[in-house]
Write a protein that binds this ligand. Structure first.
Ligand SMILES: NC(=O)C1=CN([C@@H]2O[C@H](COP(=O)(O)OP(=O)(O)OC[C@H]3O[C@@H](n4cnc5c(N)ncnc54)[C@H](OP(=O)(O)O)[C@@H]3O)[C@@H](O)[C@H]2O)C=CC1
Ligand SMILES: O=C(CO)COP(=O)(O)O
Length: 376
């Protein structure tokens, strides 16, 4: 009798064996992919390969038996159809430059990162496009309310996979699924990436007021005004407004602002308790993207004439020019006139107009028969 044909598992690589890279490798392996994770330190690669543990970043978590690890980039990338990258944003360019010679000619490259490159102000997908000889259609990003340790414990959550090519987003989304991890797709790469970058900055602000001892009113005001700030910024850069109210915007904002697991939130809390930025950086032994993103985000905001009073206050606290207890959601304004809260009637502001356009588009889509179920 002929043996049943077993479909070969898709080979994928994950570059970066910190908390998110390792957790994402687990998602991919639990979803059935053949995963090789690259750790830059051979001793960590050995621990993952042999003990199926990553005690530095995910203590107490058992990794899938099928997950393999190496400290050699060429082995990690050999035959990989999809390459997921989870290193600190400021080291992406160097990591990709080292990886390029071993990258398959048809490979899809996926950013799992939530930062902006200092100096160039580029998003991670833009750094990928600039560094590697691959078309935009083979670049994707993943973002959402995804605190690594919760997911490593298999607590259910969801994320968005975004690419300018819907087909690429779907290919990545299908592979990046596990019983506890649901993926949706969209083609709004700008909104999906900026959602992840900007919520980090609002989470630092929340941490600061938490550290000062302010309560829930202050935090709710900052979260709400922060979402308006995020939306204005992202829309001014070409994002779709609905992306910011989806998993990669509001969803991630809620998770990061509420959780003590968030490094950005934790760094803010230390600042609010009176530690200097230098002390905080010394204490944080994991990647805290928000601290590096403040300057590039404010530069990008200025270029588009977008006001970001909360992010500006975060910058001042980091610089030591604003006392944490003076950080507030009142949004300093030169005018003594009370400002209108953004609303659909306030068409003069970009967020309001964008919300209005989005609602109209939603009605148009309903009339046209709705959207695909995979869409965020
Ligand atoms: N943790 C989370 O919950 C989530 C994180 N993210 C994003 O994922 C990205 C990575 O974060 P995360 O995994 O948490 O960070 P971690 O600090 O946990 O891990 C960073 C990883 O990158 C490696 N690394 C550090 N510096 C360099 C360098 N210069 N060159 C190459 N590799 C380097 C580290 O290696 P070594 O151990 O040798 O130092 C480690 O493997 C960030 O952009 C973050 O915003 C997104 C969603 C969730
Ligand atoms: O992006 C995250 C959750 O979605 C992780 O947030 P932190 O980087 O603040 O830990």
């Amino acid at each position: 009798m002929a043996k049943p044909v077993v479909a070969p598992r898709t080979r994928v690589a994950v570059l970066g064996a910190g908390s998110w890279g390792t957790t994402f490798a687990k998602i991919l392996a639990d979803g059935g992919a053949d995963v090789m994770i690259w750790a830059r330190r051979p001793e960590l690669a050995r621990e993952i390969q042999e003990a199926k543990r990553n005690s530095d970043y995910l203590p107490g978590i058992n990794l899938p038996l099928s997950l393999r690890s190496t400290a050699r980039l060429e082995l990690a990338l050999l035959g990989a159809e999809q390459v997921f990258v989870a290193v600190p944003s400021q080291s992406l360019r160097a990591t990709l430059t080292a990886a390029e010679p071993y990258l398959g000619s048809e490979a899809i490259v996926v950013s799992l990162m939530k930062g902006v490159e200092k100096g160039t102000d580029l998003r991670m997908s833009e750094v990928i496009a600039q560094t590697l000889p691959i078309p935009d259609e083979r670049i994707a990003v993943v973002s959402g309310p995804n605190l690594a340790l919760e997911i490593a414990k298999q607590q259910p959550t969801a994320a968005v996979v975004s690419s300018t090519s819907l087909e690429t987003a779907q290919r990545v989304a299908v592979l990046s699924r596990a019983p506890y991890f649901r993926t949706f797709v969209n083609t709004d790469v700008i909104g999906t990436e900026f959602g992840g970058v900007l919520k980090n900055l609002i989470a630092v602000a929340i941490g600061i007021v938490d550290g000062v001892g302010y309560g829930e009113n202050t935090k709710a005001s900052i979260i709400t005004r922060g979402l308006a700030e995020m939306t204005d910024f992202a829309v001014a850069h070409g994002a779709q407004v609905e992306t910011l109210s989806g998993l990669a915007g509001l969803g991630d904002l809620i998770a990061t602002c509420q959780s003590p697991l968030s490094r950005n939130n934790t760094a803010g809390r230390l600042l609010g308790q009176g530690f200097t930025l230098t002390d905080v950086v010394k204490q944080m032994n994991q990647t805290t993207e928000g601290l590096a993103s403040v300057a590039p985000v404010l530069e990008l905001a200025k270029a588009k004439g977008v006001e970001m009073p909360i992010v500006e206050q975060v910058r001042q606290v980091l610089d030591g020019t604003l006392k944490p207890r003076d950080m507030a959601p009142h949004l300093t304004t030169d005018s003594d006139e009370p400002q209108g809260e953004r609303s659909l009637d306030d068409r003069s502001n970009q967020g309001g107009a964008a919300v209005w356009r989005s609602i109209k588009r939603a009605f148009d889509q309903l009339r046209d028969g709705g959207r695909g179920s995979l869409r965020d």
